[in-house]
Write a protein that binds this ligand. Structure first.
Ligand code: 5GP
Length: 203
């Protein structure tokens, strides 16, 4: 991890309030978020809305808000999203704005686990957010993880790998990189960012 806490001890007293976790497909963002959800209930994690169908085991309102195209359109029209994007040319995903704003108003640490397009929108709208890039140890490892997951068909996997190559190149746009060598360590590094704050990551 690159330490961005260069402003010294004074800045550490003010924790980061909003952390955006992005990175290439299959890098393990969801697993790291799950680890935070399990071990750090004090950190609120945004529940996105999506137009894709639930996978087996996914619960509406817990993993996502599963919505129709019409409902998603309605939310976009009413400025209901902090950000939204079409991901993998397949479905729309968006971060409900009101819930995030409420957390920030109440001073609770909040985590968004979203794709790169969404992360760029949040950076525009909330420049104080701490942008964290979750990187794989290597592209080969990323490919292995993507194929190993087995939840997508061949065409979908090819599409996601193509997206991943472009996404890896975006690392430089982020404040901090966490390499996801193992989930527990990545999870711990992310939690530390909330605890310690950082030069740019304060709201
Ligand atoms: P999956 O369909 O595998 O759950 O997620 C696909 C991708 O959508 C992941 O890269 C995930 O980070 C991204 N994603 C999930 N929620 C959001 C969101 O609210 N906004 C954006 N822009 N991307 C999201």
């Amino acid at each position: 991890m690159t330490d961005a806490s260069s402003a010294g001890a004074a800045s550490r007293a003010v924790p980061s309030r909003l952390v955006v976790l992005a990175g290439p497909t299959a890098v393990g963002k969801g697993t790291v978020a799950q680890c935070i959800r399990r071990d750090h209930p004090d950190i609120w994690i945004s529940v996105s809305a999506t137009t894709r169908a639930p996978r087996p085991g996914e619960i509406d309102g817990v993993h996502y808000h599963f919505v129709s195209d019409e409902e998603f359109d309605r939310l976009v029209e009413h400025d209901g999203f902090l950000e939204w994007a079409v991901v993998h040319q397949a479905a729309r995903y968006g971060t409900p704005r009101a819930a995030v704003e409420e957390q920030l108003r109440e001073g609770r640490p909040a985590l968004l686990e979203i794709d790169l397009q969404g992360a760029r929108q949040v950076r525009e709208r909330l420049p104080e957010a701490l942008m964290v890039f979750l990187a794989p140890p290597s592209f080969e490892e990323l490919e292995r993880r993507l194929l190993g997951r087995g939840t997508e068909d061949a065409a979908e996997r090819a599409r996601r790998l193509e997206t991943a190559r472009a996404e890896l190149a975006a690392e430089a746009e982020f404040d901090i990189t966490i390499v996801n060598t193992d989930v527990e360590s990545a999870c711990q590094e992310l939690v530390e960012l909330f605890r310690s704050g950082s030069a740019r990551g304060r709201l």
